[in-house]
Design a protein around this ligand. Sequence first.
Ligand code: B16
Ligand code: MG
Length: 217
Amino acid sequence: QLEAVIFDLDGVITDSAEFHYQAWQALADELGIPFSREKNERLKGVSRMESLDIVLEGSGLQLTEAERLRLAEKKNDHYKQMIGSITPEHLLPGIPELLDSLAQRGIDAGLASASLNAPLILERLGIARRFQAIADPAGLRRGKPDPEIFLTAAELLGVTPGNCIGVEDASAGIAAIKAAGMTAVGIGSAELLGKADLLLSSTSELTLERLLELLRK
Ligand code: B16
Ligand code: MG
């Protein structure tokens, strides 16, 4: 029986990846190191400091921890400036309808995003109050593919992992959902998300009927 749906943010609820890309690209340009949209793909679902390591990879730059923190902060300041322009129009298709149906049925919505900016983005999207729990990535020891963030969200909601569906657009995220003992829905290509229990090409296909049917099986 479906008790809760636990969502990833970037790539599932909204496309913040484009803003992340622009902020990292600006930082790389300033440092005079190569960066591209292709490399940006590797940053999806990855924490801020780990993302910085990927951006700096092969640059030959030797930085102290303080310098790395300063660069991450600089990128984040720029990113925050950009997400200030997010409005409810930036919600991916089908998401507002799904959140409505969940509320009507009394099924919980949880968030399992690696982003420390997630609460601010949910506010900007106008859906913050739709979520009964938001796992705080700052308090976690391990990132996806570790199940910790999904298990934390389930614990905050007081639900059984086996009665939860997790929705993700990254392969590490699907692995995290499965490791948590939840049912995984992937948004994207089979190439990347082959391990998902249900694969959809767009969030517009993400309906409550489909999710209920998935747990009935
Ligand atoms: P922040 P998700 C992730 O969000 C992004 O996909 C990833 O690119 C980003 O580095 C990470 O959040 C941390 O974000 O710098 O805002 O803390 O996909 O887990 O919702
Ligand atoms: Mg994501």
